[in-house]
Design a protein. Structure first.
Ligand SMILES: Nc1ncnc2c1ncn2[C@@H]1O[C@H](COP(=O)(O)OP(=O)(O)O)[C@@H](O)[C@H]1O
Ligand SMILES: [Mg+2]
Length: 244
């Protein structure tokens, strides 16, 4: 049984099929990369999977359990977490407090949440910034904080929406290495949306290509990047684009 199974998910906004009959599965302990031009429906797909919006049709199963249309906190309790493309930490709170709030959203005690938060903050390499105000973090730190907040729920599946966007090339490698160890050491299954093709190639076991809401193709990184339809869909696309 696949850890994550998405079947025929469709989401329409005023007649626009932002996500159009998308199906895919993710096996436990693997990494799926999702690519596609701006507006292809990647973030909307994440929103449908993580419970931020309910799909019009289709189903989302996590570990066999149907979580379609479930509220985000229920999806989270079922073992799935996500990062947001547009980060929104509580600026006046410290890094540790922000992560503790995310950990507490799960009904755990303040003490347990603070302990979890301290672990996770260290895990993402933010120990030095632990007590700093979140609005004082540089972009790379904010990205790590966003990761830490998602990890605070100890997810089995982590959805990452453009975590490398906005980072300098030199800042990307350590984040990629962190994602690799989340999989190898913590057993977290990853689904990530990314424009940086070098990261997609390096991290993904398989790649799903979206275009205008539909699955254009899927396969190994080498297979999809040699697909003429993929190359065509990317023509004119800024490879390191920040996304929409
Ligand atoms: N809340 C919304 N209301 C109306 N249209 C939306 C909404 N969210 C996304 N869209 C539209 O759905 C399409 C897919 O957007 P999005 O999922 O953000 O794409 P991507 O993340 O691949 O860039 C776009 O045309 C976008 O304008
Ligand atoms: Mg997006």
């Amino acid at each position: 049984m696949s850890l994550l199974q998405v079947d025929n998910v469709t989401k329409t906004f005023r007649g626009l099929r932002a996500v159009d009959d998308v199906s895919f599965t993710v096996e436990e302990g693997t990494i799926l990369g999702i690519i596609g031009p701006n507006g292809a429906g990647k973030t909307t797909l994440f929103n449908c999977i993580a419970g931020a919006i309910a799909p019009d049709t289709g189903t989302v199963r996590l570990g066999g359990a149907d979580v379609t249309g479930a509220a985000p906190h229920k999806v989270s309790r079922a073992g799935m977490a996500r990062t947001f493309q547009l980060m929104k930490p509580f600026g006046s709170m410290s890094v540790l407090e922000n992560v503790a709030v995310a950990a507490m959203a799960h009904g755990t005690s303040r003490r347990t949440a603070t302990g979890t938060a301290a672990d996770v903050v260290e895990r993402v390499g933010l120990s030095r910034w632990r007590d700093a105000r979140s609005d004082g973090l540089p972009t790379a730190g904010l990205k790590r904080l966003e990761l830490a907040r998602a990890l605070a729920s100890r997810p089995r599946v982590l959805l990452l929406d453009e975590v490398l966007a906005g980072l300098l090339p030199a800042e990307r490698l350590p984040v990629m290495e962190l994602l690799e160890t989340l999989r190898s050491d913590d057993g977290v299954t990853l689904v990530f949306v990314e424009h940086i093709m070098a990261a997609v190639m390096r991290l993904s076991d398989s790649v799903l290509v979206l275009e205008q809401g539909r699955v254009l193709t899927s396969g190994s990184p080498a297979e999809v990047t040699q697909d003429p339809r993929v190359i065509e869909a990317y023509l004119g696309e800024e490879p390191a684009g920040a996304g929409s």
